[in-house]
Design a protein around this ligand. Structure first.
Ligand SMILES: Cc1cc2nc3c(=O)[nH]c(=O)nc-3n(C[C@H](O)[C@H](O)[C@H](O)COP(=O)(O)OP(=O)(O)OC[C@H]3O[C@@H](n4cnc5c(N)ncnc54)[C@H](O)[C@@H]3O)c2cc1C
Length: 388
């Protein structure tokens, strides 16, 4: 079936990654459509919004670090542009982060992370437990030491999604509130999608930005289908009453019994506590166990949280990829690009993804900083594993 060409660029998925792609594409003059039954939803409704290039550094992820840092550097201008255009306050807070250790094992792990950060040229300062508590008096007396990282900030992902929606609307992006059922392929080229109600939407180029569902779109050839999986995260939202403010002045995080826990204080009094990491398919049930573990670990870090009203519990799905890094740009199928697999850094990577995809849509090439994240890295790995 041939599709009528109704737009230059059709983006499947209106999460923050699809929206930033659509906005930047429209700014470049492409007639752009987003297909999503509920644009502005997705994982950003759950995410904490840490912009944590330094404290999220993991061994073996130095390539991703380059992209994370490139995006972190763009954040101030990105927020200023979006705010000026839409009038939305994104809750961008340049507050820094304190990563602390509660026992000797955690302390040793944090020391190693500090060494890796310094080898990578990152700014991060080791503090004693007493120095940590001087910065954040609500911390538990048992804190053994920590890393002060003044460059890891935060944004409110819900506000970011709202601002991106408004920016897209202003730039003339068309929204189709529908489910894309199947990619249309004619010859060797992606030509659009067919929605669940059978409507064919044509496009010169299609960007698949379906978050954790990106690997499930029918019609995408097997060797091009992104290897993306859902990684569930449960998150709590508490409120800091005025009489306790400022409860925390920066993001505080730790590894407690092998699990990550963080507390992200917003300027409006919201305190986000996250997050579990569970491989359970597309399940988004909030469980008693998940809430219990988060509260238990957060309480060990900051005992005073038990006084705060618990206002929301929610679970979302991170789009995980085999190397924890995103898949960006052209695929082996002409006319199909990917913007997916952002896993635990999708909020941080929003600015650089928008720029990289707009560049790829206009030129067919990724900009230098995004080249290591071309989807073909997985196709090549799969081919080399085939028996001779
Ligand atoms: C608990 C948790 C905490 C997090 N914390 C942070 C953090 O602190 N910092 C950070 O940087 N990142 C964080 N993240 C990660 C970040 O939220 C995600 O990487 C990012 O939101 C992914 O955005 P996305 O647009 O790619 O996908 P999604 O948000 O999943 O959006 C995909 C959209 O595509 C739509 N869609 C899918 N398939 C189709 C289809 N066939 N047709 C039409 N529409 C379709 C869906 O409806 C959805 O709206 C966190 C995530 C979670 C879950």
């Amino acid at each position: 079936m041939s599709s009528p060409r109704t737009s230059d660029v059709l983006v499947i998925g209106g999460g923050i990654i699809g929206l930033v792609t659509a906005w930047r594409a429209a700014q470049r003059g492409f007639a752009t459509t987003v297909v999503d039954p509920a644009p502005g939803g997705g994982a950003a409704q759950v995410a904490a919004g840490m912009l944590a290039a330094v404290t999220e550094l993991h061994f073996g992820e130095q390539t991703l670090l380059g992209l994370n840092l490139a995006s972190a550097r763009r954040y101030p201008d990105f927020v200023a542009e979006l705010t000026e255009l839409t009038g939305h306050d994104l809750g961008y807070r340049r507050c820094g982060t304190l990563a602390v250790a509660l026992d000797t094992d955690d302390r040793a792990h944090l020391r190693e992370l500090h060494a890796l950060q310094r080898q990578s040229g990152l700014e991060s300062e080791w503090l004693s437990g007493r120095e940590c508590r001087r910065l954040e008096p609500m911390l538990a007396p048992g804190v053994r030491g920590g890393l002060r990282v003044d460059g890891d900030h935060q944004v409110d992902p819900r506000r970011l999604a709202g601002a991106l929606l408004a920016a897209c609307e202003r730039a003339g992006v068309v929204f189709r509130r529908a489910w894309a059922e199947r990619l249309s392929v004619v010859g060797e080229r992606a030509t659009g999608v067919v929605t669940r109600d059978g409507t064919a939407l044509g496009a010169g180029q299609v960007v698949l930005a379906g978050g954790s569902l990106s690997g499930r779109l029918a019609g995408v050839p097997q060797d091009v289908l992104p290897p993306v999986r859902p990684v569930k995260g449960q998150v709590l939202r508490l409120t800091v009453p005025q009489r306790y403010a400022p409860f925390l002045s920066r993001t505080v995080r730790a590894v407690v019994r092998g699990s990550q826990v963080y507390l992200v204080p917003r300027e409006n009094g919201e305190l986000v506590v996250g997050a579990t990491s569970e491989e359970l398919g597309w399940d988004t049930t909030v469980t008693a166990g998940g809430v219990y573990e988060l509260l238990r670990d957060a309480h060990e870090l900051v005992p005073g949280i038990t006084e705060l009203p618990l206002t929301e519990t929610r679970a979302g799905l991170r789009p995980g990829s085999p190397d924890n890094a995103p898949l960006l740009g052209p695929t082996g199928l002409a006319g199909l690009l990917l913007a997916t697999g952002h896993y635990r850094n999708g909020v941080l990577l929003t600015p650089v993804t928008g720029d990289a995809l707009a560049h790829a849509l206009a030129t067919g090439e990724l900009p230098d900083e995004a080249r290591p994240f071309a989807p073909r890295r997985f196709a090549a790995a799969a081919l080399s594993e085939l028996p001779a």
